[in-house]
Design a protein around this ligand. Structure first.
Ligand code: GLC
Ligand code: MG
Length: 232
């Protein structure tokens, strides 16, 4: 990849998807700029679920997939990045964490399909934004409803930094877009961030932060608005 390349990394649900017409315009923008702009997704979904929904909405295959809230990275051929898995497998105590969290009444484990080696996910029926774990881990609360526990070295934001580094790109050539709590870390990276108009409350605290643009338009129209704003 040439150093002049730029990358747009978008969350899927309620960011890329939600407005079919705007999505078509965004895809058109990507196709026109294919030689200079790479496209990646960063989602809470697991890989198969991400692929299925992108196919359903006829989104072209991304150049890479950050899935399960950053606990997995795959290339366009859907091969896993084994180095990433080795890197995040650090101080990770999933059994102890599950045991510890079983004492919290408002937390219910999500279905098995949403659990993976490096992601423990719950439905949270109250605000767990401030939950502190007595273990090294990343606690990520989103949509006022989901709570994900990841290894301390894993998150969408850390996965984006890792990819930038492995591609030899400065963070300033990376634009990310998101709508909810699990996007917060990647939005506060050094690169450029777009918060779409339909964002959820967890992102309110990012208002007025340098390098982050709050679009007025929702979904993919918000991404396009940000692209214009930053003159990409
Ligand atoms: C997706 C995942 C779920 C996770 C949520 C928030 O919906 O399926 O497991 O909790 O994103 O990150
Ligand atoms: Mg989202």
């Amino acid at each position: 990849m040439k150093a002049s390349h730029r990358i747009i990394i978008s969350d899927i649900d309620n960011t890329l998807l939600g407005d079919a017409k705007a999505l078509a315009e965004f895809i058109n923008y990507l196709e026109k700029n294919r030689d200079s702009i790479k496209f990646g997704i960063a989602t809470g979904r697991h890989l198969e679920s991400a692929i299925a929904v992108l196919e359903k909405w006829q989104v072209p295959t991304p150049d890479f997939f950050i899935t399960s809230v950053g606990s997995q990275i795959h290339n366009a051929a859907k091969e896993p990045d084994e180095n990433w898995l080795k890197h995040i497998n650090y101080c990770w105590k999933p059994d102890e964490i599950r045991d510890y969290l079983s004492q919290f009444k408002g937390l219910n484990l999500q279905a098995d399909i949403n659990q993976s080696e490096f992601k423990i996910s719950y439905f949270a029926d109250q605000n767990f934004d401030k939950l502190e774990l007595p273990y090294a881990a990343n606690v990520i609360y989103s949509h006022g409803e989901f709570l994900d526990i990841l290894p301390v070295r894993a998150s969408k934001g850390l996965a984006v930094c890792y990819l930038a580094k492995s591609m030899g790109l400065p963070m300033t050539q990376i634009m990310v877009a998101g709508d909810s709590g699990n996007d917060k870390e990647m939005l506060t990276n050094e690169g450029i961030g777009i918060v779409v108009g339909n964002y959820s409350i967890e992102l309110e605290s990012l208002k007025n932060k340098k390098g982050i643009y709050f679009a007025k338009s929702p979904y993919a129209a918000g991404i396009l608005e940000g692209i214009k704003y930053f003159a990409w």
